[in-house]
Design a protein around this ligand. Structure first.
Ligand SMILES: Cc1cc2nc3c(=O)[nH]c(=O)nc-3n(C[C@H](O)[C@H](O)[C@H](O)COP(=O)(O)OP(=O)(O)OC[C@H]3O[C@@H](n4cnc5c(N)ncnc54)[C@H](O)[C@@H]3O)c2cc1C
Length: 435
C-alpha cells in the first residue's frame, strides 16, 4: 500500500501563499496535496470531505479555489498511449499542451487547435471550454474523445464519446464539478505546418463590411484592438500549409498593411515571447498559440474577461463594445476578437452556437474592472453573452444559468458523480448549484 499521499506540496508550502498565475487570486487554503498516480488521486479523494483540483492555475476567477483542500496533478505528466490507428492520444491529466505538442509532432501528429498560450493543462483547459480561433474549429474540449474521472467515492469512471453519448457530452466541460479527471484522450490528426501573418491598422468600417471574409481568410484569425480611432490594430492570420491554396498574404488586406516584423498583440511590447510570424512556416504547436512556451505569455500583470456571443451578432456586438471605448480603453491592455465553431458539450460556451468572442486583457486594477464589467455586460445583453468560465465576469447567477439550457441535466450528472458536493466550491455553488 502506498504511504499516505496527503503531503503538502513543498514548493508551495509555508513561505509563499499559493496564487493563480496572474496573482490576482490567493487560494483560500494552504492545504495542498499532490498525486503522482491514479491510485494516489483516489486516495486523496477518499480522505477528503472537500477537494478541488488545480490545473496550471491560469483561471482569473475563483473557479479552481477551495477553502478546504486543493489537489495538484502536476507530477502526472506522462503520455499514456498514442494510438495511430484510432488517431487518439491519451495523457495524464497533468500534461500541458506545451508538453504534448512536440511529442505529437515528433510522432507525425497534431491537435486541431490551441489556445493563445501552450502553458495550460489540457484537463483544466477542457474543463473550462478553453478555445483558440477559427470559424471551423471547435474549442479545445471538442477534441476530447474519452475521459477517466475519479468520482467522489474514489471510483474511476470512464466515459467515451463513442459509448456514453449524453453523459460524455455533459462531463467534458465539467468545470471541475464531477470529480478529478485522471486521464484524457484527444483526437489527433496528421501533423501540419502553419504560416502566420500579421496586418496592422484595419478600419472598423472594413471589419464591419467584410467580417465574414476576414474570418474565412485563415485557419485561425484573431483581431486585436484597443477600441480607439475606429480601427483594428492588428489582424493575425494563421494559415495551414498544404491545405488548398492557403492565404496569399497580399501587401494590403482590407486596407490593413502587412507587418514587416514580428509583433506582440500589445504593439508596445517586445515580440520576443510571441510565436514566429512573417509567413515563416513552422509546426502547428509553434504557430497556433500567439505566445511561445518558455516565455511569459501575454503581459503577465493583467486580468482577463471574455464574452461569447452568437456569431450572427458578431459585428453588432463588436460595435456595441466600441461605443464604450472611452470607458474601456483606460483600463485595457488589449482586446481580441475570435470565432469558434458550435459544439454539443453541455456546459460549453459554444453549446449549439457558432460564436464570436470579445476578449479583454485588463490592467490589473480589479476595482476599476469590476465597475466596468456590468457596463459591458449590459451593452452586450441583447446578444445574451456567455462569459468565459475561467475569466472575470459580474453577470448574475440567474442570468448565467439562463444561458445554459442543459444546466438541469448537468446538475443531475454532477450529483450522480458527487452526491454530497465534495468537488463543489463557492464559485460553483453560487453560479450553478444554488437554487
Ligand atoms: C495568459 C493567458 C492566456 C489565456 N488564453 C486563453 C485563450 O486563448 N483561450 C481561452 O479560452 N482561454 C485562455 N485563457 C484562460 C485559460 O485557458 C483557462 O483559464 C484554463 O482553464 C486554464 O487551465 P488551467 O489548467 O490553468 O486551469 P485552472 O485554473 O488550474 O483550473 C480551471 C478549472 O479546471 C478544473 N480542473 C483542472 N484540472 C482538472 C482535473 N484534472 N480534473 C477536473 N477538473 C480540473 C479546476 O478545478 C478548475 O475548475 C488564458 C489564460 C491566461 C492566463
Amino acid at each position: 500500500m502506498a504511504s499516505p499521499v496527503v503531503a503538502p506540496l513543498s514548493s508551495w508550502a509555508a513561505k509563499e501563499k499559493l496564487t493563480n498565475w496572474a496573482g490576482n487570486l490567493t487560494y483560500s487554503t494552504e492545504q495542498l496535496h499532490e498525486a503522482r498516480s491514479v491510485e494516489q488521486i483516489r486516495s486523496v479523494v477518499q480522505s477528503q470531505d472537500k477537494v478541488k483540483v488545480l490545473g496550471t492555475r491560469h483561471c482569473f476567477n475563483s473557479i479552481a479555489d477551495s477553502r478546504h483542500s486543493l489537489l495538484s496533478l502536476k507530477p502526472m505528466h506522462e503520455v499514456v498511449a498514442l494510438d495511430p490507428g484510432a488517431r487518439t492520444v491519451t495523457v495524464d491529466a497533468g500534461v500541458t499542451y506545451g508538453q504534448l505538442g512536440p511529442y505529437l509532432d515528433s510522432n507525425g501528429f497534431a491537435l486541431h487547435n490551441l489556445a493563445s498560450l501552450p502553458h495550460i493543462s489540457i484537463a483544466g483547459a477542457c474543463s473550462t471550454a478553453t478555445h483558440g480561433s477559427g470559424e471551423k474549429n471547435g474549442n479545445l474540449a471538442t477534441a476530447v474523445s474519452a475521459v477517466e474521472i475519479v468520482n467522489a467515492a474514489g471510483d474511476v469512471v470512464k466515459l467515451s464519446r463513442k459509448s456514453d453519448g449524453e453523459a460524455f457530452r455533459g462531463a467534458v466541460v465539467g468545470l471541475g464539478a464531477l470529480g478529478v479527471i485522471a486521464r484524457i484522450t484527444l483526437d489527433i490528426q496528421p501533423t501540419y505546418a502553419v504560416r502566420q501573418y500579421v496586418y496592422e491598422n484595419m478600419s472598423l468600417a472594413q471589419m464591419k463590411d467584410h467580417f465574414d471574409e476576414i474570418q474565412a481568410s485563415g485557419y485561425s484569425v484573431s483581431l486585436f484592438t484597443d477600441w480607439q480611432r475606429q480601427r483594428i490594430t492588428e489582424v493575425w492570420i494563421k494559415s495551414r500549409v498544404g491545405d488548398g491554396p492557403g492565404f496569399a498574404a497580399p501587401a494590403e488586406f482590407f486596407g490593413a498593411k502587412l507587418a514587416d516584423r514580428n509583433l506582440h498583440p500589445i504593439a508596445e511590447l517586445s515580440a520576443e515571447n510571441c510565436t514566429e510570424q512573417m509567413g515563416v512556416a513552422g509546426p502547428w504547436y509553434e504557430r497556433l498559440p500567439h505566445f511561445r512556451m518558455g516565455f511569459t505569455p501575454s503581459a503577465g500583470k493583467e486580468l482577463q474577461s471574455e464574452y461569447f456571443v452568437p456569431r450572427r451578432y458578431a459585428v453588432d456586438a463588436i460595435l456595441a463594445v466600441e461605443r464604450l471605448r472611452d470607458q474601456v480603453t483606460p483600463h485595457l491592455l488589449i482586446s481580441e476578437i475570435r470565432t469558434i465553431a458550435a459544439d454539443d458539450l453541455w456546459m460549453s460556451t459554444c453549446y449549439h452556437q457558432p460564436s464570436v468572442t470579445i476578449h479583454f486583457t485588463w490592467k490589473q486594477d480589479w476595482p476599476a474592472v469590476r465597475r466596468l464589467l456590468p457596463v459591458i455586460e449590459k451593452e452586450l445583453s441583447p446578444f445574451q453573452p456567455r462569459p468565459h468560465w475561467g475569466k472575470l465576469f459580474t453577470l448574475s447567477p440567474a442570468q448565467l444559468r439562463s444561458r445554459y439550457e442543459k444546466l438541469a441535466d448537468f446538475r443531475q450528472l454532477a450529483t450522480r458523480f458527487d452526491p454530497k458536493g465534495k468537488f463543489r466550491n463557492d464559485f460553483l455553488n453560487t453560479n450553478l448549484f444554488a437554487r
